[in-house]
Each structure stands twice: as structure tokens, then as C-alpha cells.
Ligand binder design. Structure first.
Ligand SMILES: [Zn+2]
Length: 181
């Protein structure tokens, strides 16, 4: 029994090893808002699918966790039946707009996939990670409109050149806040 389990894990590991040694670099076909290049999710999937299959590996990614603490679960399965399960929390900053959830989830999906399969360039990935956090912080720091509670945008006065917060729903809403500093 133990011997058989060891055999399955060792087959799994050697398949993953072969995959990693044969997988070339993946075309970074997308640009982040700060100019960083990354491979989009469809490109990642397409570039790895055939080689994974060749080595008897399949990947399933599905949502997990709870409503308040969502996660992404990745199952990496070898054709011999061995399955490895990986799970990562999805960090959604407070007040994140529902339409931005998709972006955060896709980001975590790419992150999980490349980390588990070992196909990420670590320096690039770290950079992406920092940029992601920076973006999240920036949107988190935006004040809410005092009139309609929508997020505000940084604007500058044509007359004085000074920056101020204006409602993102302008011209429907003319809420403003002073910008200090
Ligand atoms: Zn407003």
C-alpha cells in the first residue's frame, strides 16, 4: 500500500519535472496599467495545455472558501490518479466594486497556475505582485463622493492648477473634496 502510494507520487513528480523542463517561455501578450508585460490567462492555458496532456497532467481550477473568505482551488491530476490540491486566498480590498472582482480572480488564477507549474519568471512575477498591490492600494485610497458615495477621481483645476478630488460620476454629480498635499 505505502509502496504503491510512493510510486504514484514519484510518477507525478517526474511528469511535472518533464513538463517544466520542456516548457519554454510564454509569450507575454498583455500589458498591465504600469507597462509591465504578462501572459494573459487564455495564452497561458493554450501554451501549456498540449505539454501538460503529453505528460498525463490535467488542471482544474475552481472557486473555494467561503463567501467572506473566497479562495481559488487548483487540482493538478496525473493520469495515474494522483491528485495534488493547491489553494490560495483571493484578496479583495474592502469596497472593491463588483465589476473589479473578475480582474482580481483572473490575476490570482494566473498567479496560482504559474506558481504551481513552475513556469513563472520569479522577478517578473514579484514585480507584477507589487504592481497589483500598488493598484489595489491606490483604488483603496480613493475617497468616496460626499454626495453620491461613488469613488472619486483626482482632477486638477484649470484655473489654479491645484489637484482636487472630483466625483467619478461627473457631470451627473458635482461632488468635490479638497486634496491635501
Ligand atoms: Zn458624486
Amino acid at each position: 500500500m505505502e509502496d504503491n502510494k510512493f510510486k504514484l507520487i514519484s510518477e507525478f513528480n517526474s511528469a511535472l519535472c518533464s513538463f517544466q523542463s520542456e516548457q519554454g517561455s510564454i509569450n507575454r501578450d498583455s500589458s498591465g496599467v504600469h507597462g509591465s508585460k504578462y501572459a494573459s490567462w487564455p495564452t497561458l492555458r493554450e501554451a501549456t495545455r498540449i505539454l501538460l496532456t503529453k505528460h498525463g497532467l490535467t488542471v482544474v481550477i475552481h472557486p473555494g472558501g467561503t463567501h467572506s473568505e473566497p479562495t481559488l482551488v487548483m487540482l493538478l491530476r496525473h493520469m495515474n490518479g494522483h491528485i495534488e490540491r493547491f489553494e490560495t486566498p483571493i484578496f479583495l480590498p474592502p469596497n472593491v466594486k463588483p465589476q473589479d472582482h473578475g480582474g482580481a480572480i483572473t490575476y490570482m488564477k494566473r498567479y496560482l497556475y504559474t506558481s504551481v507549474l513552475g513556469i513563472a519568471d520569479p522577478t517578473e512575477e514579484d514585480l507584477d505582485d507589487q504592481l497589483y498591490k500598488k493598484e489595489q492600494n491606490e483604488s483603496y485610497d480613493k475617497p468616496q463622493c460626499p454626495k453620491c458615495t461613488k469613488p472619486m477621481k483626482l482632477r486638477s483645476s484649470k484655473a489654479t492648477g491645484k489637484h482636487f478630488w472630483g466625483c467619478s460620476a461627473f457631470p451627473d454629480c458635482n461632488g468635490v473634496l479638497p486634496k491635501d498635499g
